[in-house]
Structures are given as structure tokens and as C-alpha cells.
Design a protein around this ligand. Structure first.
Ligand SMILES: [Zn+2]
Length: 288
């Protein structure tokens, strides 16, 4: 059964580790992430962007697929199904469809409007026992066509949103979605520490986890980050493994063109990436 991300993230914050949010794109992605979480005995959050939601034929299709896998694959670790960077309307659709967690990305609204819409969603999510992530300060890079500049959040605005009763808070601290440019300035630990100081127990979320150096990730966790989003890294490892298979001509040998064979190296590559991240984030054996 899907669970809210609340309990797993409160435990992570208290235990000084982070739970990974791995974004899904199709059946192979979902299965690879769920099986790895079970093998690692780690809690996990499956992220779905609105674009990926459309791609996978809608939110109810995704809920059906994920719930089916939890049962058929005997997944017993805590799993949350979470809308990533949702619009207000997207959040309502996912709540209706059976997601267990949503993110409302109101970072592009003036703070008053972000507060008003977040307040509405806090009420609905509380009634349904769901977790809600809010964002303050836009996170740079491009995600589903939404481009931001990688700004740093105002710690007072973070406190204002945290006090509304959200479950977890994404604060821009110089992080960027996608691959980091060579001239990236790095994370602003100063901002992170100031946000943590103002928001106390609130689990903080680090978006754009791909390509952030390991020691930086560890320091961010020590400063209150309890959820780290990984998306691009699984895409890169899947593409790399699939390219190697085709370049080696394996799709031309025997039944190598069978999608179950063609997609197998990419599937294994996602599993390896997820395992590596769970070890880095410290969530291994934290499932209960
Ligand atoms: Zn993000």
C-alpha cells in the first residue's frame, strides 16, 4: 500500500539521512526502483512530473501500475507516489487519482499567492492523510519546460510556508535541474543553514541531485536535507547502457531485438544508480 512521505521523512531528518525521490517514466523505471528499494530495505519516493504523467497515459494509469507492482512484487518497504513540481490543478488531479503525496510548485507566484494556494492544499492533504511538498525560491535549470535561474530562497519566506503545515519544503539553494554546468557556483550552505535555522524540524528537499559531488550531498544532509530528488542520473545511465547494447550489435543477434532483452541493460543500469544513491543518502536498512 502506498504511504504518505511524512513518517519516512521525519525519521530521516531525525536520523540524519535522506530518502531518495526517483522519477519514473515507464514500467521498467518503476519496477527497477521498487525492486532496488526492497533489496536495499530502503524507503523510497516515486516522483512523477506532469509531463511524465501525460506520457504514461495519465495519473490513474500510474496509480494502477504502481499499486499492482507493490502487490505482485511483494514490496513491503514504505513507498510514496509523489507528484513532482505540480500545478495547483495537477495536485488536485493526483489527489483524486490516488497518489499518496504531492508537490505544489508555487515558487513562480508572488509569496502571498503561494501562501494562499498552499494553505488550501494543506487542508485537503491533511484530510486525506497525504504529504505535501512546497517550494520557495525557484530551482534552476529546466524541468518539463519550466526554466528557473537557480536562485536562493528567502529564509523568512521559507518559514512562512513551513508554518502553513506542509510536510516538506524545497528551498532553492543554488541547485539546478539536469546536468550542472562547468561554471556552477555550488550549493549555498549559508542559505541552507539559515533556512534550517528558521524551519526547525521541517524536512528539507534538495532538487537537482544529479551530479552534485558526494561530500556536498553529505554536508547538505547534515544541514537538514531529508529528501533528495534524482531524475537525470537514471536517464543518463539508462541511455548509456542501451546505447552500448545497440552499438555492440546485440539487437541483431538472435532475438536480441525483443524489448525484454533490448531494455534489460538499461533496467539493470537504473537499479545500479538507485542502489548507489541509496547508499550515499544513508537510507539503506531504514525501511522500518
Ligand atoms: Zn525539482
Amino acid at each position: 500500500m502506498l504511504v504518505s512521505a511524512k513518517e519516512m521523512l521525519q525519521k530521516a531528518k531525525a536520523g540524519k539521512y535522506a530518502v531518495g525521490q526517483f522519477n519514473i517514466n515507464n514500467l521498467e523505471w518503476t519496477k527497477a526502483i521498487l525492486l532496488t528499494a526492497q533489496e536495499m530495505n530502503s524507503p523510497v519516493i516515486l516522483g512523477v512530473s506532469e509531463g511524465a504523467g501525460k506520457y504514461m497515459a495519465g495519473y490513474t494509469t500510474i496509480v494502477g501500475m504502481v499499486n499492482g507492482m507493490l502487490k505482485e512484487l511483494n514490496i513491503t518497504v514504505p513507498v510514496a507516489l509523489h507528484l513532482d513540481h505540480g500545478s495547483y490543478e495537477g495536485c488536485l488531479k493526483c489527489i483524486e487519482a490516488g497518489f499518496s503525496s504531492v508537490m505544489f510548485d508555487g515558487s513562480h507566484y508572488p509569496i502571498d499567492e503561494n501562501v494562499a494556494k498552499t494553505t488550501e492544499l494543506v487542508k485537503i492533504c491533511n484530510e486525506k492523510g497525504m504529504s505535501l511538498e512546497a517550494e520557495v525560491g525557484s530551482i534552476g535549470g529546466e524541468e518539463d519546460g519550466v526554466v528557473g535561474a537557480g536562485e536562493c530562497a528567502d529564509p523568512d519566506e521559507c518559514k512562512a510556508i513551513a508554518d502553513l503545515g506542509v510536510t516538506m519544503l524545497a528551498a532553492g539553494i543554488g541547485n539546478i535541474h539536469g546536468k550542472y554546468p562547468a561554471n556552477w557556483a555550488g550549493l549555498s550552505f549559508e542559505t541552507l543553514a539559515a533556512v534550517q535555522e528558521k524551519t526547525g524540524e521541517m524536512p528539507l528537499v534538495l532538487h537537482g541531485g544529479t551530479g552534485i559531488p558526494e561530500d556536498t550531498i553529505k554536508k547538505a544532509i547534515s544541514l537538514g536535507v531529508a529528501k533528495i530528488n534524482v531524475n537525470t542520473e537514471c536517464q543518463l545511465s539508462f541511455a548509456d547502457a542501451t546505447r552500448k547494447y545497440i552499438e555492440a550489435g546485440k539487437d541483431l543477434e538472435g532475438k536480441g531485438f525483443d524489448p525484454r532483452k533490448l531494455l534489460a541493460p538499461g533496467f539493470e543500469a537504473i537499479k545500479a544508480t538507485v542502489k548507489e544513491k541509496m547508499e550515499l543518502f544513508g537510507s539503506v536498512n531504514k525501511a522500518c
